[in-house]
Design a protein. Sequence first.
Length: 339
Amino acid sequence: MTEKIEKLMSEVATLAAKSADEAEALRIKYLGRKGVLTVLMNDFRNVPAEQKREIGQKLNILKTAIQDKINELKEAAEVQQNAGSSIDLTRTPYPISLGTRHPLTIVKNEIVDIFSRLGFTLAEGPEVEDDWHVYSSLNFADDHPARDMQDTFFVESHPDIILRSHTSNVQSRVMEKTQLPIRILCPGRVYRNEAVSARAHCFFHQIEGLYIDKNVSFTDLKQVLLLFAQELFGPDTKIRLRPSYFPFTEPSAEMDVSCTICGGKGCSMCKGSGWLEILGCGMVDPAVLEANGIDSSVYTGYAFGMGIERIANLKYQVKDLRMFSENDIRFLDEFTSAN
Ligand code: DAH
């Protein structure tokens, strides 16, 4: 019996299988119900009692050796089989190629970062909005021609429900529910019914700023905007405020920065003027404060709003607005190292 076991031990060590099927056949031959090991186990019954312990141990060792060998053959056969197929289960999953931030996200984060250092916190509002928050609460009268300035999308059968045409709706949403003082920044998507071209799109992104407190003045606005422009475009940047009109601010202004390409000398980017327009701003009209439940004899405020695509264009000179929403991987890849 001992001899048989030892012979089998060396036989097992030399077993080989070319496929998982062959390994399975070996398993049946050695470990199956009528296999070699079962026969041995039956013989074991006739072993004299005094040898049972020693031979039993050897049998156990043999059984484990056969099991280990067959498992090893099966695994090897599987790996070999997979190597021939397109799935390589042994391959490490790394490196995973990471995506990049969208250029609009990069610019938005940069703007948010500058204003958050000045104490502005983020606020959000709905893109599908009612007329009150987009227009009426912001001093656009029902028949106000300024409503035509922004080509509004209406929700069919709900003339009161629209896609917001500017992020200014968040101003009134915040004013109606927030304790004063208010100092917020609201980035978001806006919609306008315009034919899509290289220079216009039916949706784009804006960032709105609003500060309301006692004794807020136009000087505060100007200083904050100067600091913003210099942080964003460099310390030599100059700003210029031109009188303008918005229903929700009085006085209103549009702000230009000295051209980011020629520094003010005049080039094709600034069409020879040396200036580039980047945002609208002004002192919150007292009528807007009152419409939103704020006492305009105690509080004043300023507001500003800018298009994120516009700023991104100035920073990266993207010629066609549509690039921002087409998600062409070759375009997005160009911003890999931008941050
Ligand atoms: N809502 C304006 C627009 O979409 C931008 C704007 C101008 C926002 C002046 C403001 C502001 O808060 O004070 O064109």
